[in-house]
Design a protein around this ligand. Structure first.
Ligand code: SF4
Length: 665
């Protein structure tokens, strides 16, 4: 038995600490509170589903054969269709080192602009809104522990009691206001639950600010000293009187007024958004409306108060900082900024003009695959779009139409099953690497155990493919991180003072002796004049409204036992036992109207496809809405790929469906 290795959970953005002991099997001890996903995380290391040999057209191959085939096919596709004929799709669970190296691989080795990642489906609306208001996006620009200092926390569209339960210990002191169409486990903890119709959070946020202005709840001194643009926002909310908001959202006037009173009476308050507010075709504007409210109350940049986004994926924060996003270079730099291009090109040893410009966003990239103008070859790292992309049956057809699909994964995910080449990779506890948690804290995830015979690290795979394209790059995580530090230097997300020996620091950390920055925006925001921006926004209807053909709203989300597309957690027996199958949650009134009983099999159809789930009847959901978790293939066959014009976020959180009971076979 070796000494325990201190490391972190492989799953969500809380990145809870754990100690792994390697004996006959790997055992987990908690150094933080853990949820059931964390406790069982080590089971996947020895899963019989592990891939241990490359697969070439479904048959085992040597690494040499598989890599040579991939490199030669990539070269052929590039020759025939140009550099943008090949594309890369990354993931928000990849370490910072992998996200960095993947971006470099796409832009330097392949020369393609066509790279994006599944984080576009997660935090992109909050990121766009934060950059618009504050000039920078660090999801939670203050330590988590600050939440416990607040008197009130308003959480719009997040079910943290299920998705990341240990965070709840920071939410026991503040009075909680939860905005969610479902009375979730989190809403049950709340002092006040606002239950809007899906797709109307923006109207609710406008109404809250309208009432806050009427009730003189604003911090006028803060608005004058630290912000600009309030007058336009004041005018923009003037017509959102509470009775109108009640008509649009279904939230009673009294509840809207009560929420504002709670915020007004609080010395310290925090406004948080999650995917429920963000995953809309107007997600950026919805988050902006909540940020406008927070600014009007004087919260961002005030100790113990603030605005934050509750990032979901394990490295959702770091994953969007190092260059796997279509419009970004490392250090959270804009790819069309000449100074950013010059800095990163110098680190990469190339001329700035050789770097491609911005490419397609995640859904647009998947939608274009195999079409006349679209990429003909795709490399997928750490992502499972067959389950997680909107309008997923269409995305599956696009993937099938490719000349070459390569998937790097440690199990045969639904996407890997379609691949021409599958390359088996190491897992979290089998390699070193850094992850940046939802607070912007950079943490070293340490190697605890040797990988099985036959698998290779993602960094090694990138190195070997790059070598076949004429580039000699490191595969050692520490070496890659040191290069990432140089590439990030001077950027918004500056990691240059963070090392493997000095992990646990919050970025920006620009010098080797710098203590890191737990709280951002205390003196100035990251804008040219240091002032936060109020941005006027207006409510608009969901891209698809319920109608006679599809009379019910569908909203999707997560359950405690599973993580993201479920490719990992659906292979862990205790988690499958806890949550074995897809389900449809519906209100008793709707169930009675459709003659559906608890446990019946229900077909749910939208304009894009259909799927089935087991009926769960609950008065915790609105009678006009049904809920499905997206951890199984099916829910996203229904969802609407209508995109936010700024963030390019698809509208996962609302579409129109119809339900029917079906006979079990
Ligand atoms: Fe892992 Fe998140 Fe659960 Fe913590 S809350 S144990 S990081 S899944």
């Amino acid at each position: 038995m070796t000494a325990p290795t201190l490391t972190h959970c492989p799953y969500c953005a809380l990145q809870c600490g754990m100690a792994l002991t390697v004996g006959e099997r790997v055992t987990v001890e908690a150094t933080d509170a853990l949820c059931q996903k964390g406790w069982t995380a080590a089971e996947l290391l020895s899963s019989p589903d592990r891939l241990t040999t490359p697969l070439l057209h479904g048959r085992p191959a040597t690494w040499e054969q598989a890599l040579d085939h991939v490199a030669s096919r990539l070269r052929e596709v590039r020759t025939e269709h140009g550099p943008d004929g090949v594309a890369v799709f990354g993931g928000g669970g990849l370490t910072n080192e992998k996200a960095y190296q993947l971006g470099k691989f796409a832009r330097v080795a392949l020369g393609t602009s066509q790279i994006d990642y599944n984080g576009r489906f997660c935090m992109s609306s909050a990121a766009a809104a934060s950059i618009r208001a504050f000039g920078a996006d660090r999801g939670m620009p203050f330590p988590l522990t600050d939440l416990a200092e607040a008197d009130v926390v308003l959480l719009a569209g997040g079910n943290v009691a299920e998705t990341m339960p240990p965070i709840v210990r920071h939410l026991t002191r503040p009075a909680l206001i939860v905005v969610d169409p479902r009375r979730t486990a989190t809403a049950k903890l709340a002092a006040l639950h606002l239950q809007p119709t899906p797709g109307t959070d923006l109207a609710l946020a406008l109404g809250l600010l309208h009432v806050a202005i009427a009730e003189e709840a604003l911090d006028g001194e803060y608005i004058a000293r630290r912000t600009t643009g309030f007058e336009a926002v004041r005018i923009s909310v003037s017509e959102w009187w509470p009775e109108r908001v009640e008509r649009v959202t279904g939230v009673p006037v009294a509840a809207i007024r009560q929420a504002v009173q709670m915020l007004k009476n609080a010395d310290k308050a925090v406004v948080l958004t999650g995917r429920g507010a963000e995953q809309h075709a107007k997600g950026t504007d919805t988050v902006t409306a909540f940020i406008n409210l927070a600014l009007a109350l004087g919260l961002p940049g005030t100790p113990g108060s603030g605005y934050g986004c509750v990032t979901g994926q394990g490295n959702g924060q770091g994953g969007r900082e190092h260059g796997q996003k279509a419009d970004q270079l490392p250090g959270y730099r804009k790819i069309d900024d000449p100074a950013a291009r010059a800095h990163v090109a110098a680190v990469w040893g190339v001329e700035p003009e050789t770097l491609p410009g911005p490419g397609r966003s995640a859904y647009e990239l998947l939608d274009a695959l195999g079409t006349g103008e679209g990429p003909k070859a795709l490399l997928v790292y750490g992502s499972n779009p067959v389950v997680s992309a909107p309008r997923s049956a269409h995305v599956t057809e696009r993937l099938k139409s490719l000349d070459l699909l390569v998937v790097v994964d440690f199990v045969l995910s639904e996407t890997a099953r379609l691949a021409d080449v599958v390359l088996p990779s190491t897992q979290w506890a089998e390699e070193n690497g850094t992850m940046t948690n939802l607070e912007g804290r950079v943490q070293l995830r340490r190697k605890a155990v040797e990988p099985p015979e036959g698998v290779r690290s993602d960094l090694w795979i990138i190195q070997q493919l790059a070598l076949r394209m004429g580039h000699t790059w490191p595969a050692e995580p520490r070496e890659v991180f040191d290069e990432l530090r140089r590439a990030s230097q001077g950027g918004t997300a500056d990691y240059s003072g963070i090392t493997y020996e000095r992990d646990g620091l919050f970025w920006p950390c620009p010098e080797p002796e710098h203590p890191g920055t737990p709280r951002m925006f205390l003196d100035r925001f990251h804008t040219p004049d240091g002032l936060a921006r109020f941005v006027p926004v207006q409510h608009r209807a969901a891209a698809e409204e319920a109608d006679a053909d599809f009379p019910v709203y569908l909203t999707t989300g997560r359950v405690l036992a599973h993580y993201q597309s479920g490719a990992q957690t659906r292979r862990i027996a205790p988690l499958v036992e806890a949550s074995p199958e897809p389900f449809v949650e519906l209100h008793p009134d709707l169930a009675e109207h459709l003659s559906i009983g608890a446990g019946d099999l229900v077909r749910v159809s939208s304009r894009r496809g259909a799927t089935e789930g087991v009926a769960r009847i609950s008065d915790a959901i609105r009678a006009d809405t049904v809920f499905m978790p997206f951890h199984w293939e099916g829910a996203n066959r229904l969802t609407n790929p209508a995109l936010d014009p700024t963030s390019r976020m698809p509208e996962f959180k609302v579409c129109a469906v119809r339900l029917e009971k079906v006979a079990r076979e």
